[in-house]
Design a protein around this ligand. Structure first.
Ligand code: BGC
Ligand code: MG
Length: 555
């Protein structure tokens, strides 16, 4: 480990604002790849604790930690075998308590990743369930008889390839899995399952967590009648939630997910969270056809989810002004009561610097845009360094999804390689031993320690932009009103309690004249972008943004 972490940190008190999540910046930590502290080549909770000052200094409100529960790690923690314990690879419950305490001291809230839709096949519940059709947990998973010809009960597909049904010779039935066959789906139609999952949620609330990222929240409930999904016409397919080589995209997922009964569970979930004021939930809605509609349903009113995690900017489509405008317009029209949580990158998709092939000025401009949208934002570890997707050779591949669809889809490892802390260590300061995935050489050039001392770095840009955003209430919590969105520019107003901020982004490669809306405006000089004022107005250089504050506040 380096000397970097010994820097004294100011202690920011946690605010007592129970609405903190609205407009929050959430930093996603993929624990396997953040910081190894015990030399096994795998990141761990102690490593995260050690690096919390870095995260606090960035200026985010919260961290979301991908799963660290006990797991056989076939899907790297998204296959849980004990929800109430930390996997020994990551540490202990005591380490987790220390992590929360330290994060809170530093003014950072902690969101954990609950994977409730499915368990690991190693979970004792599943082991029991599969033994017979009449044991105490026989109905905890989704079991069904084969068709008379022995084939699976219906045409549902697993995202990770093949049928969503796996035959179990012990019980002589099929069971449902939306992901790996080692990730059997829990049966949410069974109230005992719901009760147990709520109890697990309470366990972590009692330990002091501030919220949950709900993995695959729209996969919880399946159609009881097990109806076949209809085919999806080719022209309606998209790669928003699965790569185009995946036949999962060939179906219209009417019956295997996003069922209306889920709302009853989510209401129970919210009622529990409301017992712990200030706790929040962000649901991951993977749904290529009706994503916004599902988000609208899940976030309506104040008795369901606080936010949904949107896939709109995780897809391959380049975010041209027009495309971004369409997304914002659709969100405003469809998700009328809900609050969004936007992200460009995460542990499941190609890092956006590579996915959109953006150079540094564009990365900054688009990060500024992300942090100015109406909604909360998730930043994925390393994007603040401008990291690109790492190349992982087939021999080094870990992700079963990538192994299945190689070479057209290389899986998710390229976004999961270890975080580069320093330039001088062979593993970038991540671990003293061989890491579970190789550290990308080009990442080491962009190490955090290096950027921390460079006022012109991407890291410094992220800090400045986060601070700018935090200083302006309308940018955090306001409504959004689109003014223009085309190939050259995006501009909109954010307004909140009579205060207004005008945001303008020059997407073009040319200088651009900016027309301020009618009224009195003060140009903000605190944002990390540049502009020039000339006799006849404001001129924005290529890929710069301008922010102006209304000085004639309206009620
Ligand atoms: C997670 C993935 C995981 C899947 C199954 C997701 O959407 O983000 O990493 O493989 O759920 O749990
Ligand atoms: Mg370790």
């Amino acid at each position: 480990m380096s000397k970097m972490d010994t820097v004294a940190m100011p202690v920011n008190a946690l605010s007592d604002d129970t609405d903190w999540w609205r407009g929050a910046a959430i930093y996603q930590i993929y624990p396997r790849s953040f910081q190894d502290s015990n030399g096994d080549g795998i990141g761990d909770l102690s490593g995260i604790i050690h690096r919390l000052p870095y995260v606090a200094e960035l200026g985010v409100d919260a961290i979301w930690i991908s799963p660290f529960f006990r797991s056989p790690m076939l899907d790297f923690g998204y296959d849980v075998s004990d929800y109430r314990d930390v996997d020994p690879m990551f540490g202990t419950l005591g380490d987790f308590d220390a992590l929360i305490e330290r994060a809170h001291q530093l003014g950072v809230r902690v969101i954990i990743d609950l994977v409730l839709s499915h368990t690991s096949a190693q979970h004792p519940w599943f082991r029991e369930s599969r033994t017979s059709r009449d044991n105490a947990r026989s109905d905890w998973y989704v079991w069904a008889d084969p068709k008379p010809d022995g084939s699976p009960p219906n045409n549902w597909l697993s995202i990770f390839g093949g049928s969503a049904w796996e035959w179990d010779g012990e019980r002589m039935q099929y069971y449902l899995h939306n992901f790996l066959s080692e990730q059997p789906d829990l049966n949410f139609h069974n109230p005992d399952v719901q009760d147990e999952l709520l109890d697990i949620t309470r366990f972590w609330l009692e330990r002091g967590v501030d919220g949950f990222r709900l993995d695959t929240v729209n996969f919880y409930v399946h159609d009881k009648q097990l109806r076949d999904n209809p085919p999806l016409p080719e022209e309606e397919r998209n790669d928003n939630t699965a790569p185009s080589v995946n036949p999962y995209n060939f179906q219209d997922h009417l019956y295997d997910k996003s069922q209306p009964e889920n709302l009853e569970f989510l209401r129970r979930f919210r009622a529990l969270l409301d017992e712990y004021p200030g706790s929040t939930a962000v649901g991951e809605v993977g749904e290529s056809q009706r994503g916004m509609e599902v988000q609208a349903a899940y976030t309506a009113g104040d008795d369901l989810l606080h936010m949904c995690y949107d896939f709109a900017f995780l897809a391959n489509a380049y975010p041209t002004g027009g495309h971004v405008g369409d997304i914002l317009e659709r969100f405003n029209r469809i998700v009328t009561e809900g609050w969004a949580c936007w992200a460009y990158s995460n542990h499941d998709v190609v890092r956006h610097a590579s996915r959109w092939n953006m150079d540094e000025p564009r990365l900054r401009l688009y990060a500024g845009l992300l942090m100015s949208l109406k909604g909360s934002v998730c930043l994925y570890q390393g994007e603040e360094l401008g990291l690109t997707e790492a190349y992982v050779a087939y021999e080094d591949l870990q992700d079963p999804y990538g192994k299945r669809f190689w070479p057209k889809f290389k899986g998710r490892d390229g976004a999961r390689t270890p975080f580069p802390w320093t330039r001088d260590n062979r593993n970038g300061g991540f671990s003293d031993e061989k890491p579970w995935l190789p550290v990308a050489m080009e990442h080491v050039q962009r190490a955090a320690q290096e950027q921390a001392t460079d006022a012109g770095s991407m890291l410094q840009f992220y800090k400045n932009m986060l601070a700018f955003r935090k200083a302006h209430e309308p940018v955090l919590k306001g409504d959004i009103e689109l003014i223009a969105a085309d190939d050259n520019q995006i501009s909109f107003l954010r307004h909140h309690n009579g205060a207004r901020v005008f945001c303008h982004f020059n997407l073009s490669g040319e200088d651009q004249r900016v027309a301020l809306p009618d009224g009195q405006w003060d140009i903000d000089r605190g944002a990390p972008f540049s502009f020039t004022e000339t006799a006849d107005g404001i001129s924005l250089p290529p890929h710069q943004a301008l922010f102006a504050i209304a000085s004639d506040a309206q009620a």
